[in-house]
Ligand binder design. Structure first.
Ligand code: UGA
Length: 471
């Protein structure tokens, strides 16, 4: 089928590349000329494992193209995805300006012949009808076109950064929201190779379930899924904080409750809080929508509040171990909001940098993917000293906080790391380091909701100070 994807962020680019990979002809449109030129030259503006490996052959086979020309792309396609960003406004609402502009552009360029307009951007509930209205109004303003034949579908995505390709080919379900049977049929045809698991890890599984709903229910499914997952993490973080006080181990507790099939074991990894471009924005937007309709979403508000506190928990733990932080050097191991991405949007590391600086600490940081020059607006504060390796990071540090659970952090030479530090203190913000290995390497290692290991007196050569509370 002929497909156009407008917006080449994580969602648009991965969707376009995967659809081309399964055999469709895809044109990805973006108004950023630099980005389009980069992709035309066979490079990618984002890091996503496995993406380049499917983009390059699809481009070579002529099934994947990149352009800034929306009109031509629309004319050539029967299915048009809107996959532009909906960042959060300071009020917590979604900024739907880009979706609106694309809908107007679609209305301005639509040609005769049936088209399906698919909303893949995470948009406030009710946006499907709104997009339809914008397109109709744009068509009405055109003297060259009396009427256009199109339907709108809401098709939320559930892919995670870092495993986006896997998630696209191995979905738990595909959600299609529309009032049009014809549009639903076209979407099912589009996704047939994925529904039939032709590109799945396990092709013997039954077909992917399709959930067909009305427009607003599909939009709500997206928000409800992200809000549930974020709340689940806030829940286990709360349990971790209680574990810390009673001496229990949250990793064991998570295993014990996760095996209950009603609870499930995923998204029960306690840590220093959730971040990224989706959970914070989507939970805030849902709270805001609820408010618009006269409802106070108290549980979601609590999940957000608990997460804000959790993101500074590492500072509290540093104060418990080191006392005064003014004049101390703290290393942040990992900057991205999760591993296998170069994305530092709303990462807990940013909160830590700001707060540690406010307390007078010197902040160093290392991340395997973060390259300051390529991140532009996502830049980290100037006071942060970037290190080239984890060992350089460790030099003269009074403590390291592991912020991101990059796999290779588990294989570091911890004795070598400890040697370079002033005091070998590790706050394992993701509970991903092996306690015995850390203790054997000479570290005093503090996790989130699990007992600390190592001998603090040996490490700091002084008595641990009284517990101080982060304001
Ligand atoms: C999330 C959802 O998982 C996807 O289904 C959804 O499509 C996507 O948002 C989106 O709306 O676009 P993503 O933000 O890429 O995906 O990352 P997650 O793997 O969900 O992690 C989000 C945050 O939660 C990260 O900061 C991660 O470190 C944290 N997390 C995750 C935990 O602290 N504990 C866990 O057990 C799992």
């Amino acid at each position: 089928m002929k497909v156009c994807v407008v917006g080449t962020g994580y969602v648009g680019l991965v969707t376009g590349a995967c659809l081309a990979h399964v055999g469709h002809h895809v044109i990805c449109v973006d108004n950023n000329e630099v980005k389009v030129a980069l992709m035309q030259s066979g490079r990618l503006p984002i890091y996503e494992p496995g993406l380049l490996e499917i983009v390059q052959p699809a481009v070579r086979a002529g099934r994947l193209q990149f352009t800034t020309d929306l009109g031509t792309a629309i004319a050539q396609s029967t299915i048009i995805f809107i996959a532009v960003g909906t960042p959060a406004l300071p009020t917590g609402e979604s900024d739907t300006r880009y979706v609106e502009a694309v809908a107007q552009g679609i209305g301005a360029h639509l040609t005769t012949g049936y088209k399906v307009i698919v909303n893949k951007s995470t948009v406030p509930i009710g946006s499907g009808n709104w997009v339809q209205r914008i397109i109709i109004d744009a068509i009405a303003a055109r003297p060259d076109l009396v009427t256009a034949n199109f339907d709108v579908v809401s098709n939320p995505e559930f892919l995670r950064e870092g495993s986006a390709i896997y998630d696209t080919f191995n979905p738990d379900r595909i959600v299609l929201g529309s009032n049009s049977d014809r549009a639903i049929c076209q979407m099912q045809e589009l996704y047939t190779p994925i529904i039939d698991r032709q590109f799945a890890e396990d092709a013997s599984l039954p077909p992917v379930p399709i959930v067909v709903t009305d427009l607003s229910s599909a939009e709500m499914i997206k928000y409800a899924a992200n809000a549930f997952l974020a709340t689940k993490i806030s829940f286990i973080n709360e349990i971790a904080n209680i574990c810390d006080r009673v001496g229990a181990d949250v990793t064991q507790v998570a295993q014990g409750i996760g095996l209950d099939s009603r609870i499930g074991s995923k998204f029960l990894q306690a840590g220093i809080g959730w971040g990224g471009s989706c959970f914070p924005k989507d939970v805030s937007a849902l709270i805001h929508t609820a408010k618009d309709y006269g409802y106070e979403a108290q549980l979601l508000q609590a999940a957000v509040k608990a997460n804000q506190r959790q993101r500074l928990l590492a500072v509290e733990k540093l104060q418990q171990v080191l006392g005064i932080l003014k004049g101390k050097t703290i290393g942040l191991l990992g900057l991205t909001f999760k591993p296998d991405t170069d994305d530092i949007r709303d990462t807990p590391a940013l909160d830590l940098m700001v707060y540690l600086n406010r307390l007078g600490a010197k902040v160093k940081a290392y991340d395997p993917m973060y390259v300051k020059e390529t991140h532009g607006a996502q830049e980290i504060p100037d006071h942060v000293i970037l290190s080239a390796t984890p060992y350089q990071l460790a030099e003269d540090c009074d403590a390291i906080v592991l912020v991101t659970d990059w796999r290779n952090f588990r294989q570091l030479n911890f004795a070598m790391l400890a040697e370079r530090m002033t005091t070998a203190v590790m706050i394992d913000g993701r509970n991903c380091l092996d306690p015995e290995t850390m203790a054997a390497a000479g570290f005093y290692c503090v996790g989130i909701g699990r007992p600390s290991v190592g001998n603090l007196l040996d490490v700091t050569r002084q008595s641990p100070p009284a517990i101080a509370q982060v304001a």
